[in-house]
Design a protein around this ligand. Structure first.
Ligand SMILES: Cc1ncc(COP(=O)(O)O)c(C=O)c1O
Length: 437
């Protein structure tokens, strides 16, 4: 049977550079020449491809955005009502005030909110406001914060600066040189690396922006130490919660770690896959949004706000994050058990709600490609990182773990005979260094 997704991808690559809009959704990142690539519909945790074959999604649930599952009935209903009332108008949508109040209520340290549609955009807004406030040019960052010039500019002084933060080999083509030597990366759980940046750039670092957690939990009070260091040096601390927010607890992960920043950024799960992102912060800082120009027509459409309000209400009502953590723990335990049973070496990391494992072998890319290939045959979109969704249940998870067991068993047999893995296409491309879903 012709893989209709791969056929469409060939057409796409002629009219869309790279074939799509998001690196993490490129077929080559999963299974070159074999990945279904496009979906006809997605519902709950099931995705149907163009060949009408259905899969359980254990490969990130819409790049971590669909905590409540795909096509959530309550969100769809609220959105449909919003569409009937008109998603756009000359006047503003009252829902933006409601969503702002909800975010402030969850994050008691914050006073004000600005909204946009995507995560990278929200990071840019946060940076602009924080720079207007601090009046300092330079930025220290840790993690991934979108595609914009300010972030990519860290590769201007050294083309390898983003290798450890995001992806090797990105280079710096097309990035304005005006940011050169002003954007510096520090390493997670390495306070010395941040201290060095402050020392080298005395009184010039105005912003510290970071993901509150990546693969590993913070160690030795790392987040508190970052906060203290930022404060001591007169820099604003921004937590980028675009991936971490709303998975482990209702709100930013920093609430769980009990370290409040000056500003925080949300996206993805906030609208359960609908376009809405938010920057929250303390009033004295957020007020500086008024001293610069931050404005966009499409930030005013109502659907994103409606999706955000409905998602937050539902998460709270169903105590969703408790389920996510419970399912994630079950999967982590399950991985460890089937790996032990089959004598496969893996390491397990990440939040319980965003669990990750890694094959610990020199040929891990080959094994990983084979894993995705064989899981696909068994009806799963799967890689080593999972974003738990509330629509998983014990039955689906048990089925998933039985399939992982089968594939690990095959891997062990091939690996112990030192045979080549029977792959039907090339190896998958490198995934992002960030928590890659
Ligand atoms: C921590 C973090 N910041 C920023 C972004 C960029 O968000 P978006 O892809 O919505 O622009 C992402 C996306 O993966 C992210 O994980």
């Amino acid at each position: 049977m012709i893989n209709l997704g791969q056929k469409l991808l060939k057409e796409a690559q002629r009219v869309i550079p790279g074939g799509n809009q998001l690196l993490s959704k490129r077929s080559e990142m999963f299974l070159p020449n074999q990945w279904p690539s496009y979906y006809k519909f997605s519902r709950g945790c099931v995705v149907s491809d163009l060949n009408k074959k259905k899969y359980f999604d254990f490969a990130g649930m819409g790049v971590t955005s669909c905590i409540l599952g795909y096509a959530d009935r309550d969100i769809n209903r609220a959105i449909q009502k919003g569409l009937r009332n008109g998603a756009m108008s000359t006047l503003n949508s009252p829902q933006e005030v409601e969503l702002a109040k909800k975010l402030i209520k969850i994050h008691k340290w914050s006073d004000m909110v600005r909204f946009s549609k995507s995560g990278g955009e929200a990071c840019l807004i946060a940076i602009r406001i924080a720079r207007a406030f601090s009046k300092k040019e330079k930025i220290a960052f840790c993690g991934y914060h979108g595609w914009h010039d300010w972030y990519m500019a860290s590769n201007l002084s050294n083309k390898k600066n983003l290798d450890e933060q995001l992806l090797p080999g990105l280079g710096n083509k097309g990035i304005s040189k005006s940011f050169k030597n002003s954007i510096f990366s520090f390493n997670y759980n390495d306070i010395d690396s941040l201290e060095k940046i402050f020392k080298k750039n005395k009184n010039q670092i105005g912003i510290v922006i970071m993901e509150p957690m990546r693969f590993n939990y913070p160690k030795n009070n790392f987040l508190k130490k970052v906060k203290n260091l930022a404060k001591k040096n007169g820099a604003i601390l921004i937590f980028d919660e675009i991936t971490t927010g709303f998975h482990e607890n209702l709100g930013g992960l920093h609430l769980k770690f009990k370290v409040d920043p000056d500003m925080a950024i949300f996206g993805k799960a906030l609208g359960n896959g609908h376009p809405i992102s938010a920057v929250i912060g303390k009033r004295k800082i957020m007020d500086f949004a008024q001293k610069t120009f931050i404005s966009s027509t499409m930030w005013t459409e109502s659907i994103g706000f409606i999706a955000g309000i409905t998602a937050l209400n539902k998460m709270k009502k169903l105590n969703v994050q408790k389920n996510l953590v419970k399912y994630g723990k079950k999967i982590k335990i399950g991985w460890a058990k089937v790996a032990r049973k089959n004598g496969i070496k893996i390491s397990i990391n990440g939040l319980n709600s965003l669990p990750v494992f890694r094959f610990e072998y020199p040929n891990k890319k080959e094994i990983s490609t084979y894993f995705t290939q064989e899981m696909l045959k068994l009806g799963f979109l799967a890689k080593e990182a999972i974003a738990i969704t509330n629509v998983y249940d014990d039955k689906i998870i048990n089925k998933y773990l039985r399939c992982v067991d089968k594939v690990f068993n095959k891997i062990k047999k091939i690996q112990s005979k030192k045979e080549k893995f029977p792959l039907k296409g090339p190896l998958k491309h490198s995934t992002l260094r960030k928590i890659s879903y």
